[in-house]
Design a protein around this ligand. Structure first.
Ligand SMILES: Cc1cc2nc3c(=O)[nH]c(=O)nc-3n(C[C@H](O)[C@H](O)[C@H](O)COP(=O)(O)OP(=O)(O)OC[C@H]3O[C@@H](n4cnc5c(N)ncnc54)[C@H](O)[C@@H]3O)c2cc1C
Length: 383
């Protein structure tokens, strides 16, 4: 098996990984990217999904290969991307990679270890790559959140949205979805459209409004990080909480207007301000679930649209002795320098796992160019 050597190894070829690799490459860093391109978007989001983000969010730290430039080049009309279809975003990402001649190795890192100041990654096929610097752009799938209520659910009754993207199984069936954000309602609409008999949605907060959300204030706030990398961490707890609330208010309390008519259907039943009280398996293989609004739902399956929470302990390929045990974390997230560097030399973390130190925007593509710029510059300047 070969043992390749690279200056920078980027693990994960999602939006953050390719954005960072492209900019580092532009700065003259020798970069190897390992990961199946946009795998989370292809394998863990349903076909037919639309993005919440618009055409102004893009991947290029140089503001050149933007989504707008791609749209222009392809001759796509504004109507075709309002909202942006998942496939269009995938095509943009692939065009973006072409602009920077990025060719990720389409495999997985199965083990990452550290010794004598360098990192060594073992790939799925057993080959190895040695790297001076590593960026972990691992995104979402490692961080599926299972709420405590799963303790009430019978074994085999539930699946996280991340693992339910083929809806054929739900034809002529009844489904209960736990969650109240975009994915809960988008899954509800798509599952119903696939021919489910009944779809029930339960969530603790009031049902969101289906109106055009206003994300316009987010971009300037994210860009502020370029001038002042540490503004988020220096903000008071109250100020952070206010921004989080505003951010989640857009994400949680309003949902895209185009989803409303698809959700307000006779066989989609929304139980706002409810939780599951009990659940049991029935002899016919279905599940009887009682909610605290005195409703009883009989469902063939329960889908948890309960989101993602970073926890580095979940990342199983990090060597225990030399990385996982040495990595400084707070509440499961790595503690990062203002350049996204962990306490381990030349090991960087970006995307969702950086949210604690950089703000909630870093869980969305809006912050890809900013993270890419900061990490790219840090990597190109570090020895
Ligand atoms: C249903 C849903 C809808 C969303 N809609 C939007 C939206 O409209 N707009 C938006 O901006 N954001 C949206 N998001 C958030 C979106 O997922 C993030 O913006 C984006 O994925 C972040 O990019 P990333 O590169 O950090 O993560 P990811 O896209 O998760 O990419 C991480 C990559 O790392 C790879 N990886 C992990 N471990 C390894 C390993 N050991 N070896 C090799 N590769 C590895 C994974 O395969 C994956 O491809 C949505 C999320 C969900 C769940």
């Amino acid at each position: 098996m070969g043992k390749e050597r690279t200056e920078l190894l980027v693990i994960g070829a999602g939006p953050y990984g390719i954005a960072t690799a492209a900019y580092a490459k532009h700065l003259g860093v020798s970069v190897t990217v390992v990961g199946k391109t946009l795998d989370f978007w292809k394998a863990n989001m349903p076909r037919g999904m639309f993005l919440r983000s618009g055409p102004d969010w893009h991947l290029d730290a140089r503001d050149v290969a933007t989504f707008a430039a791609y749209v222009n080049m392809r001759g796509i009309t504004p109507e075709q991307i309002k909202p942006v279809p998942l496939d269009t975003f995938l095509d943009y990402a692939s065009w973006f990679m072409g602009q920077y001649d990025l060719r990720p190795l389409p495999t997985l890192v199965t083990h990452l270890t550290r010794s004598n100041g360098t990192y060594s990654a073992t790939l799925d096929d057993g080959s190895q790559i040695r790297a001076d610097k590593v960026v972990l752009s691992l995104g979402f799938a490692w961080f599926k959140h299972y709420p405590e209520l799963i303790n009430k659910l019978p074994e085999g009754s539930y699946t996280h949205t991340c693992n339910v993207v083929d809806f054929e199984f739900f034809r002529d069936k009844r489904v209960l979805i736990v969650g109240g954000r975009q994915s809960a309602f988008e899954w509800a609409a798509l599952i119903r459209e696939k021919g489910a008999d009944e779809v029930y949605v339960t969530h603790r907060h009031p049902t969101p409004q289906f109106t055009e959300p206003d994300w316009s204030w987010v971009q300037p706030m994210v860009r502020r990080t370029l001038e002042d990398h540490g503004w988020w961490r220096r903000s008071t707890d109250e100020a952070k909480e206010k921004i989080r609330q505003d951010f989640w208010a857009v994400g949680r309390l309003t949902l895209e207007a185009w989803l409303g008519s698809r959700v307000h259907q006779a066989n989609i039943h929304i139980h706002e301000k409810t939780t599951i009280v009990t659940a049991r398996s029935l002899a016919d293989g279905t599940f009887e679930v009682s909610l605290n609004d005195d409703t009883t739902v009989n469902a063939h399956h329960i889908i948890l649209a309960t989101g993602y929470v970073p926890n580095m302990q979940n990342v199983g390929f990090l060597d225990r002795q030399t990385i996982a045990r040495e990595l400084q974390t707070l509440n499961g997230s790595p503690t990062l320098s203002t350049e996204f560097r962990t306490n381990l030399p030349n090991l960087y973390v970006t995307g969702l796992a950086a949210v604690q130190d950089f703000g909630p925007f870093f869980g969305f593509t809006v912050a890809c160019p900013v993270a890419a710029r900061i990490i790219g510059e840090a990597v190109s300047q570090s020895k």
